[in-house]
Ligand binder design. Structure first.
Ligand SMILES: Cc1cc2nc3c(=O)[nH]c(=O)nc-3n(C[C@H](O)[C@H](O)[C@H](O)COP(=O)(O)O)c2cc1C
Length: 377
């Protein structure tokens, strides 16, 4: 029976007991379209609709005003934002859900249109797009962070983590993936520093560990996770001889802090002929499983069969779904009942308001009654 599959068994993340092993991956949706970047009643409704996930990872939320680099995305530094998130957490908890806050600093992905020249490890234009309040624009050359900038930003992470826990989040996740600030320090292409934050793997990872330590002054390790992995650099610049050693080093050290979880992206490009050849398909999860003892959450292009296989063989503890959760608020139920998944309407993913956000209906339950014990849920 579908509902007996490993993915529906109860999971654990530190001392948190999770109803199932299905994780809602972090999804930026640009619905905080207000001057204070405050999450609204619409956010509460959206996340509550998805509370049957074993764990929700929130959309990225800016740790400070200067961390902002994507229009209409929420923050977690002001009292107003905190009271908005408190209402979201009330709604999610009322439905029995669990939710961690993804802590975000965009660094060089930000833009002068947000109020100041963005900062980063070095003055390297990441060659990306910035979603500014005035539309998508090419990124600019950022300003290299001073020692003071680094100290202040590390402290901002700690404060953001404290804010998140004080409004009821069940934990936090540090975003060290993609091309955002922490990854800008980890990647050798964007980090040309010659001080103790640049050069060797150890030096490039120093900022990340300082951030982790600042967060750990506020939150117990079994409530702290990180999103990191080789895809961070591959997605932006391609795989090279240091891509895997950097990710391995960082994950091994992170494991030493006894963190709760690692959100790991599987391969999204063809690794044939690259130093990452062995990490194709499920190889990514098999490779990192022995390195990280906390909960390993596997992500990218997952389906029921693959998720169950990864859990059954011990290569992952939980399975994160991103895009499917946009259009299927009842994804857990649909997977358990073999119901078809609704497609995403891409025109409204980054829209504003309820359309394409809170108006995806649950599946017509009467159509699949009696398929499994979940049918009457
Ligand atoms: C619309 C959209 C917004 C996203 N926003 C975030 C984000 O805020 N933080 C993050 O770490 N990943 C973000 N991601 C990546 C997803 O968490 C996930 O890794 C990706 O969608 C692949 O998983 P999937 O194949 O299940 O969709 C986003 C992805 C999409 C499609």
């Amino acid at each position: 029976m579908l509902a007996d599959a490993p993915i529906f068994s109860s999971g654990a993340m530190g001392d948190l007991v999770l109803d199932n092993r299905i994780v809602m991956a972090p999804l930026t949706r640009m619905r905080a379209a207000n001057p204070g970047l405050v999450p609204t009643a619409l956010h509460a409704e959206y996340y509550a609709q998805r509370a049957s996930a074993g764990l929700i990872v929130s959309e990225g939320m800016s740790i400070s005003r200067e961390a902002v680099g994507w229009a209409d995305t929420p923050g977690i530094w002001s009292a107003e934002q905190m009271s908005g998130w408190a209402k979201v957490l009330d709604a999610v908890h009322e439905r029995g859900g669990r939710m961690v806050a993804q802590l975000w600093h965009t660094g060089a992905i930000s833009h002068p249109d947000f109020g100041a020249r963005p900062m980063s490890a070095s003055d390297v234009n990441v060659g990306h797009e910035s979603v500014t309040p005035f539309g998508r624009k090419p990124t600019v050359i950022p300003r290299p962070m001073s020692a003071d900038d680094i100290r202040r930003t590390v402290a901002d992470y700690g404060e953001a983590a404290r804010n998140a826990m004080s409004v009821g989040f069940d934990g936090v996740q540090i975003q060290a993936n993609y091309l955002y600030l922490l990854a800008q320090f980890l990647n050798r292409t964007t980090n040309l520093r010659t001080d103790e934050y640049g050069g060797s793997l150890e030096n490039r990872a120093r900022f990340l560990f300082e951030v982790v330590e600042a967060v750990l002054t506020q939150v117990a390790p079994d409530r702290v996770g990180v999103r990191i992995g080789p895809m961070n650099e591959v997605g932006a610049f391609g795989a090279h001889d240091e891509t895997l050693p950097m990710a391995e080093y960082a994950v091994r050290e992170l494991d030493g802090y006894g963190l709760s979880h690692l959100l790991l992206m599987g391969a999204t490009t063809d690794f044939t002929g690259t130093p990452l050849e062995g990490l194709s398909a499920d190889g990514m999860f098999r490779h990192f499983r022995p390195i990280f003892k906390g909960a390993l959450i596997a992500n990218v292009g997952m389906d029921l069969e693959r998720g169950n296989r990864l859990i059954a063989e011990g290569a992952a503890d939980m399975i994160a779904f991103g895009r499917p959760f946009i259009s299927n608020p009842d994804l857990v139920w649909r997977l358990a009942n073999g119901a078809p998944l609704a497609p995403v309407d891409w025109a409204t993913v980054y829209g504003s308001g309820p359309e394409g956000y809170t108006d995806y209906p649950p599946y017509r339950r009467e159509a699949v009654q009696n398929l499994t014990p979940f049918a009457s849920a």
